[in-house]
Design a binder for this molecule. Sequence first.
Ligand SMILES: Nc1nc2c(ncn2[C@@H]2O[C@H](COP(=O)(O)OP(=O)(O)O)[C@@H](O)[C@H]2O)c(=O)[nH]1
Ligand SMILES: [Mg+2]
Length: 376
Amino acid sequence: MFNKLKEKLSGFKESLAGKIKEKANNIGETAKSVGGGGLPFQEPLEDAASRAQTGSSATASAPHSEKPAVATQAGEPSRSRISFADRARALIFEREVILDEKDLQEPLWALEMALLESDVALPVAEEIVTSIRQELVGQKKKIGSDTGQLAEGALKNAILKVLSRNLMDFDQFMKESSKPVKILFVGVNGTGKTTSIAKVAKYLKDRGYSVVMAAGDTFRAGAVEQMEVHGARLDVKVVKHKTGGDPAAVIFDAVEYAKAHNKDVVLADTAGRLHTNINLMDQMRKIVRVTKPDLMIFVDEAIAGNDAVERARLFNQSVPISGTILTKTDADAKGGSAISIAHITGKPIIFLGVGQDYPDLVKFEPEWLLDRLFGE
Ligand SMILES: Nc1nc2c(ncn2[C@@H]2O[C@H](COP(=O)(O)OP(=O)(O)O)[C@@H](O)[C@H]2O)c(=O)[nH]1
Ligand SMILES: [Mg+2]
């Protein structure tokens, strides 16, 4: 999952870490030349700094350091020389660095290209890059013992910011909604609508809710039967009409059934459609008018990358959605759609599909996705 993107992010981390190290070493070199032989900069910066961090005296263990840094052989030193040398030394021993625009230019450009190659939408890639720039440029940053940590931290914060903008707690929503909760699943053919309905049915049953499924895809041959198979396996009632019937009527009946039998939730399937199909979008508006769903979930597959994001955006413009389920993330190396879709539609990702079995459904949480991108 997201392997290619993960590799690219790790590449950015390394290149930025390299820049930070270079910068820190430059400060060391400058300080050495300004402060004269009194500063223990003949040794590698990393060694000096790690010793400074562990508390042992760098000066004592450096054989060529004969005197304290600020003392000079010829009486009073010039103020500016001392203060600069002192400041530079402090910067290194406390492992702090100040990065400027120039230091970040190359790694950030490479990062933006990498994000775009991974199907992250352009405005989202730009926002990530801008937010890293804001976090790092001109700020005094502690480097710590690992220069990579600073780079990774900035990158994680930037992605987390993007992922956290539109969130929804499905469990809370279910708890608070009056019953039966009506949930409509819409989207393009073959993306995983019916499978996701079955997964959500299991998810809800496991949490104590009683479920009815509506076989609202009356268009595709075999769709009603597919739903019935899921119903039998999950022991969930399926309300159906004949293939070719009116989907709004099927879903309406399922809602009536749920009311009559005190069921908590109706999960309604629909035929696959593109936002460009005028007739099918009109039919969708009719379904919405007749059944008044509490939640309208757009389902698309992560592997479609930018196409999925664009379809969600256009569908949402035509018939407003509540959020998305992004399926097949288990087969997606790029990860761009998962990072972009909520940002572009302004609607949350509710679940991620992570496989073909019923339990392969993950409630979307930004930290979960971050772990996939940066974890071992
Ligand atoms: N690997 C993987 N396959 C999935 C996932 N969700 C659905 N599928 C597969 O995608 C195919 C189409 O699913 P289906 O639910 O029939 O799509 P629909 O036409 O949108 O209803 C099936 O083979 C599913 O098993 C997922 O999260 N991961
Ligand atoms: Mg289907």
